[in-house]
Write a protein that binds this ligand. Structure first.
Ligand code: PLP
Length: 285
């Protein structure tokens, strides 16, 4: 079931609201300009996964936008209330949103929305297009106002990239920088695995390219390190994807998704490595 809870100083546990009714002022620049931030996480059997990692990234995004958001304990109470309201033991999607209240200033309207997991999301082998994001891989350091690496609500470009891919018969996208580096998916982190002299390596593009620090990638890296994998952080170029023993897109709700082809060219994917990483992803919470 869907549940909506606003963070509200007058309601320490959060204020429950009706998600089927209008709730926001049309003047909020969160609506008119996408001036806000969000997090999307998974809840399993009523418990949010990687909660602290999501709250920590939310705080970093808020800082980048100079947005005053409620402290973590308020979010935690509102999330608990929303999950209780949803009253559903299945997998649920928990979205945390904070938008600028009005046109300027730093105060935010913040809420938690819990919805059922969309059907047919998982287990697909993806066909992916490489699409140019139009920035070079050093832009994040030169132009902090681009908010690279913050999880802002301005996802219209990401959604347009996905629509473009689908219009070409593909399932998903990997963005590349104008200087040819592999970046990330519109809603996911890129991972590759290579077995070198019997040692398993798990590699992801480096954060300096301006990509979002993925909480799923972070948790998987910890679990993989404990399981004996070597870890690496780019730089990656498209050729690395074709030369890998497996490549995946990973994110909090869809989890680990195998990449079957890129720009129509098939990729090698080791079923053993995929199964092992899949189990590691399931084990992290
Ligand atoms: N990169 C982008 C641009 C995303 O939007 C997301 C998630 O939505 C990710 C990576 C993966 O992040 P996480 O693993 O925290 O869900």
């Amino acid at each position: 079931m869907t549940a909506l809870v606003f963070l509200d100083p007058a309601h320490p546990e959060g204020r429950v609201a009706d998600p089927s009714q209008p709730q926001l002022k049309v003047t909020s620049s969160g609506i008119t300009r996408g001036d806000g931030i969000f997090e999307t996480m998974l809840a399993v059997k009523g418990a949010p996964r990687k909660l602290q990692a999501h709250l920590s990234r939310l705080a970093t995004s808020a800082e980048a936008l100079e947005l005053k958001v409620p402290p973590s304990d308020e979010w935690e109470r509102a999330i608990s209330t929303a999950l209780r309201e949803a009253d559903d033991d299945g997998d649920l999607v928990v979205k945390l949103v904070a938008v600028r209240d009005g046109d300027a200033g730093s105060s935010a309207i913040a809420w938690v929305l819990v919805t059922p997991l969309p059907q047919g999301l998982r287990g697909q082998r993806l066909s992916v297009l490489l699409l140019d994001r139009g920035y070079d891989s050093t832009v994040a350091q030169r132009a902090p106002w681009l908010l690279m690496g913050a999880k802002t609500l301005s996802y219209a470009v990401n959604m347009a990239a996905l629509r473009h891919a689908r219009s070409q018969g593909a399932d998903d996208v990997i963005f590349t920088s104008s200087d040819g580096k592999v970046l990330e998916g519109p809603t996911s982190t890129v991972l590759i695995a290579r077995v070198i002299n019997g040692v398993k390596h798990l590699i992801t593009p480096q954060l300096e390219t301006g990509i979002l620090p993925g909480t799923s990638q972070g948790a998987l890296f910890e679990a993989a390190r404990d399981a004996g994998w070597e870890l690496g952080y780019g730089p990656l170029v498209p050729e690395d994807l074709f030369n890998a023993d497996g490549a995946w897109l990973i994110s909090s709700v869809r989890l680990l998704a195998e990449i079957g082809s890129i720009d129509g060219k098939p990729l090698t994917i080791s079923p053993e490595l995929s199964a092992e990483l899949g189990e590691l992803v399931e084990s992290v919470s």
